[in-house]
Design a binder for this molecule. Structure first.
Ligand SMILES: *[C@@H]1O[C@H](CO)[C@@H](O)[C@H](O)[C@H]1NC(C)=O
Length: 305
């Protein structure tokens, strides 16, 4: 009798445990009934999550920084054999988030150096000090995903590429709006797929950039989703596995980096040329002065005589 009761209790507990989990965040801790899930962020703050949606990127970055500080793994168990993605991710900082998970326009990473970010949390101004002003949070309304896939046995069905990719994104990223997938270009030789995803200008939602962040992690590291299945859209019977992703952000207002079009090489050349000109001018000025003195000295000698 006692054994039966114990078994029933145990199975109920297992059932409850299995039901109470977070599809969109593998690091979430869930308990209670009704089931609530939360994520450890900042210095041990519990952020309550809505697991029916993609988790805002700002909360995800806070959680990553928290885990890095605690020495917790940001990878899963038995990660990919060749996994350098997290080291590669030098854009990570400890962000300040609004209560709803949007980025604050000004970010300082707990230091005295601050900068302004877009709605994807990506820096869009030069770095400044604590007094830097960031008037508003500028929306990223367009992301371009450059996806490189692994070699395939057959040809990729280009005609069906766009709908296949949009379907895969819709399924994987919590019903992501397929209409936002505006254009898909493909270069078979480079095995490169360029996906333009856009939302209407003026829209104040961030699903677009949350989705891009989940996809970046899916490809460069490991899925943030509870399910660790890789992102592999099927195009006309051909499974595509990705090996690299590059994300470009386009904001509603252009970023304000200074000299952003000048590469380091050009800047170096300009500096050298400017130094050479200044040195030349100095030499000329000194030569003139010397000559002047010499002439005056000669004049004085003549006067003395
Ligand atoms: C933010 O600070 C952490 C150390 O706390 C550092 O590792 C990281 O590189 C910084 N990120 C940026 C973008 O400054």
């Amino acid at each position: 009798m006692k054994i039966w009761i114990a078994l029933i209790v145990a199975s109920l507990a297992v059932g409850a445990y299995a039901q109470c989990s977070c599809e969109t965040m593998k690091w979430a801790t869930c308990d209670g009934s009704p089931c609530t899930c939360h994520l450890m962020t900042g210095n041990g703050t519990k952020q309550v999550l809505d697991c029916t949606k993609l988790i805002p990127k700002c909360f995800l970055m806070q959680a990553e920084m928290y885990r890095a500080r605690k020495g917790l793994s940001t990878r899963g168990i038995g990660g990919k054999p060749d996994e350098t993605a997290f080291v590669d991710n030098d854009g990570i900082y400890d962000p300040d988030c609004e209560n709803d998970g949007t980025f604050k326009a000004k970010q300082c990473n707990n230091t005295d150096t601050c900068w302004c970010v877009n709605s994807a949390g990506v820096r869009r101004t030069d770095k400044g000090d604590k007094d830097l002003k960031c008037e508003e949070l500028v929306m990223t309304y367009w992301v371009r995903l450059e996806l490189k896939h692994k070699p395939t046995s057959g040809n990729v069905d280009v005609a069906n590429l766009k709908s296949a990719v949009a379907d895969a994104m819709h399924k994987r990223y919590m019903n992501f709006n397929k209409d936002m997938v505006e254009e898909v270009a493909y270069d078979p030789e480079a095995r490169l797929m360029v996906v333009d995803v856009k939302q209407p200008r003026g829209m104040r939602k961030s699903e677009l950039t949350h989705m891009a962040y989940y996809m970046e992690k899916d490809i460069k590291a490991l899925p943030l989703l509870r399910s660790q299945d890789p992102f592999t859209p099927t195009v006309g019977g051909q499974k595509l596995e990705f090996e690299n992703i590059l994300v470009y952000y386009v904001d509603e207002k252009a970023p304000t980096f200074t000299m952003k079009n000048l590469s380091g090489g050009i800047i170096a050349v300009i500096v050298v040329v400017v130094l050479a000109v200044v040195a030349g001018l100095l030499v000329l000025v000194f030569a003139k002065k010397r000559q002047g003195k010499y002439n005056k000295a000669q004049q004085r000698e003549l006067d003395n005589m």
